[in-house]
Design a protein around this ligand. Structure first.
Ligand SMILES: [Zn+2]
Length: 438
């Protein structure tokens, strides 16, 4: 594997990616990894210590979280879970990696180890990522939605002989339907188009996936069955570029954390033009929120290596056709004595822990460590460690964590919420799906 160096004096992208993929191969257990002809999408969030070239690799690249997955749950399950927060609604790799990173942050707070990576800023009474760290997001595919619409000459469709295939997985059912209905279609276009669904006045198009490739719109994730309510990964990543990846609750303890660099590894067979693809990522994640974002991440694309890693998605090849049903979320837990990673394996279409019995489906036993239910418990633990604001104290008084309080706290006025609301008041983000709360 060889990669270009971007001139950053403190590391080399190739070493970083080798380190992360080796970590996935060696340290992540088989449970939840794809089998046979299945594939998955991979994402990781890595803190890179840029302070000194001579730091050993293990200390330089801190793999904080890993996510795999291609699925999300439908509207019916979301409705059932409103009062509980046991389920993960969105199990795409990027979202699994982000929630796992949040779990890593909760663990740092709960174990009193924030100072390993963060500085306490007295004036704002929050933790801020140490200056020597940069946050990298590594992806093995373009994020679903807006980013994946790349008009490279090689991805232009050829009329009735074209089957448009989703950028993210979870669409083989749709593809099959499409194949049955229109047998005259022959050629499969694998790249440069999205299967994510445009939102029209609070509803979305189902009939025909991928029919509209207009750029700069917000979209729902692809998928058949009961309508999902999850915004595409392109839209979520754009949001993280405005408010940070830490989410509303953790904003009570942390200054916003932004992804500095995105490293995207495509197949060596990829027909995408790297320069055009990079421009598309910039347009989608940076330009769309130009007025709102204070950070400008960089994007680096590579066409080497994905097919060397078994079962990673490879859009340019037609050999792997079935998205894995499982999602993995793995996070570094410094609270444990050996400071190892903890894995959660989730059934992507159901949002609950692998191995959940029918009887336990709507109970806390179905909840993974990455669920709202557990995050809110951690939030309560963390808040007990610091002096409460009068308003928070009132909200939490004599209360066991429940989803009503969770939503009240999540929505209360804060810099995070104000920024997010501003974003969602402007086109195209004014079409963002507002999920029903209690
Ligand atoms: Zn996605």
């Amino acid at each position: 594997m060889s990669f270009n160096n971007d001139g950053c004096t403190t590391h080399h992208f190739g070493n970083l990616m080798k380190h992360v993929f080796k970590f996935y191969s060696d340290k992540v257990t088989k449970k939840g990894k794809p089998q046979g002809s299945e594939f998955t999408i991979f994402a990781a969030l890595v803190l890179v210590d840029c302070s000194n070239n001579s730091i050993p690799q293990e200390k330089k690249f801190i793999v904080c979280s890993i996510g795999t997955g291609t699925k999300c749950i439908g509207h019916d399950l979301i409705e059932k879970d409103i009062n509980n927060g046991y389920l993960l609604h969105d199990c795409h790799a990027e979202v699994m990696a982000r929630r796992s990173f949040m779990k890593f942050m909760y663990n740092l707070m709960e174990s009193g180890k924030c100072s390993e990576y963060f500085d306490w800023v007295e004036e704002v009474e929050r933790w801020k990522l140490k200056n020597n760290f940069e946050l990298y997001m590594i992806l093995t595919e373009l994020p679903c939605g807006d980013c994946s619409i790349v008009n490279s000459p090689s991805t232009v469709s050829s009329g009735s002989e074209t089957i448009e295939q989703n950028s993210q997985a979870n669409n083989e059912e749709q593809l099959n339907k499409s194949e049955n209905n229109q047998k005259q279609r022959k050629k499969v276009i694998l790249e440069g188009r999205t299967g994510s669904k445009i939102i029209h006045n609070d509803s979305c198009t189902h009939e025909k996936f991928g029919e509209d490739q207009t750029i700069n719109l917000v979209r729902l994730k692809p998928g058949g069955g009961s309508r999902n309510q999850s915004m595409s990964c392109s839209d979520k990543i754009t949001k993280w570029n405005v408010v940070g990846i830490q989410g509303s609750l953790l904003s009570n303890f942390f200054e916003p954390i932004f992804v500095d660099k995105f490293l995207i590894l495509l197949s060596e067979k990829s027909k995408l033009d790297l320069e055009l693809t990079q421009q598309r990522l910039n347009q989608s994640i940076v330009d769309r929120v130009d007025q709102l974002s204070t950070k400008t991440p960089s994007f680096y694309l590579f066409k080497e290596g994905v097919s060397n890693i078994p079962h990673f998605s490879d859009r340019a090849s037609e050999t792997k056709i079935k998205g894995s049903g499982y999602s993995i979320g793995s996070y570094l837990n410094l609270a444990q004595e050996n400071q190892s990673h903890v894995e959660e394996v989730v059934i992507g279409m159901k949002g609950h822990k692998q191995g959940t019995t029918k009887k336990d489906e709507n109970t806390p036993k179905a909840a993974t460590q990455l669920s709202k239910h557990i995050f809110f418990k951690s939030f309560i633990n963390c808040i007990k460690r610091k002096e409460l604001s009068a308003e928070l104290a009132q909200l939490l008084e004599n209360k066991e964590p429940n989803m009503k309080t969770y939503h009240e706290i999540k929505k209360r006025e804060s810099t995070y919420v104000i920024k997010l609301n501003t974003m969602k008041s402007q086109p195209p983000f004014d079409k963002w799906i507002i999920k029903k709360n209690i």
